[in-house]
Design a protein around this ligand. Structure first.
Ligand code: ZN
Ligand code: CA
Length: 319
């Protein structure tokens, strides 16, 4: 018998690695600033953002908990403990989109981690744009991931108004999960974003329009006008507050189609991957739950023993 009061959710958790590529120290943003961005993502993709109250009443019912979460990777591609943050000093003044220079050490950037296990986010100084993203059909391309300007990432530190609430990354990860702009893939064209519950919109919006904005545009009878507060428009961070149910469906489909092996197990050191079939593995190091190397194992404390074959064992020495 189903209990109508009980609803189960299946949350998809996406492991993230943030590659900070910096020339001067101000671009080398703090761990706290990075975590402030992850916090925004976990609010926006779960409809836990407090500004959801600003969504116009007419669209509140389709404002969606996308059931997608993000976590900083705690295991790197070699099986070692990590904070999920890499830091690379560069001689490049600023990076552009063409040929993705920030995504390779050979051009002054940082190499990605395997894109079938991690969402790669590069943070650097960008030329004349807030950020950019690849699309899901490029899952296996080495450049898969998103790039965000260091002054538009997170909510503290180097962020600059009006792009200081972390919505550049929310928007770009929307693209990374197959969303188009709400006005479609062209410009000023009343195009379609292939999502039914977002109204047709003539073109992008900037700043912070009042509601309703552009009613009956594109020859429609839509008195509510543009959904300019959708994360997939170009309005100010403080004016964005929703993904729709249709956008959620499209993102989940993209994950299922292209990204079915994404796993949250590389976000927390697992307790059950001891590989007893491998002999002669050599202990590399022992770390605590914060990733700090431990030289003298403590008792009654969970510690992680990391071996040269990539395996990790969680042990507690009981006193
Ligand atoms: Zn965009
Ligand atoms: Ca639409």
């Amino acid at each position: 018998e189903n209990n109508p009061n009980y609803s189960s959710k299946s949350i998809i958790t996406i492991p993230v690695v943030v590659h900070v590529v910096w020339k001067n120290s101000i671009q080398n943003i703090s761990d706290a600033q990075i975590l402030s961005q992850i916090d925004v993502l976990n609010k926006d993709f779960r409809k836990l953002n407090i500004d959801t109250i600003n969504t116009p009443t007419i669209w509140k019912t389709i404002s969606s908990d996308c059931e997608i979460e993000f976590c900083m990777a705690t295991i790197d591609p070699n099986g070692n403990a990590t904070t999920g943050i890499t830091r690379t000093q560069t001689t490049v003044n600023s990076f552009g989109m063409n040929n993705d220079p920030v995504k390779s050490t050979s051009t002054g950037g940082a190499n990605p981690w395997p894109s079938d296990d991690y969402l790669n986010i590069w943070v650097c100084k960008l030329d004349n744009l807030l950020g950019y993203s690849t699309v899901p059909s490029g899952w296996n391309d080495p450049g898969d991931g998103v790039v965000i300007g260091f002054n538009y990432f997170g909510t503290i530190g180097t962020v600059q108004s009006p792009y200081n609430k972390g919505r550049t990354a929310t928007h770009e990860i929307g693209h990374w999960l197959n969303l188009d702009h709400v006005w479609g893939s062209g410009w000023s064209s009343c195009g379609s974003d292939q999502v039914n519950d977002t109204p047709i919109q003539e073109e992008e919006n900037y700043s912070c329009p009042g509601f309703p904005h552009n009613p009956n545009s594109c020859g429609t009878t839509n008195a509510n006008g543009d959904m300019f507060m959708n994360y997939m428009d170009y309005t100010n961070d403080a004016c964005m507050n929703l993904f729709t149910t249709g956008q959620k469906t499209r993102m989940i489909s993209a994950i299922n189609l292209y990204r079915s092996n994404l796993s949250q197990t590389i976000c927390s050191l697992p307790t059950n991957i001891i590989d007893i079939s491998i002999r002669n593995k050599k202990l590399i190091k022992i770390v605590d739950v914060l990733g700090k190397i431990i030289f003298q194992p403590k008792t009654n404390t969970p510690l992680f023993y990391i071996y040269d074959n990539g395996s990790v064992e969680r042990k507690i020495i009981l006193e």
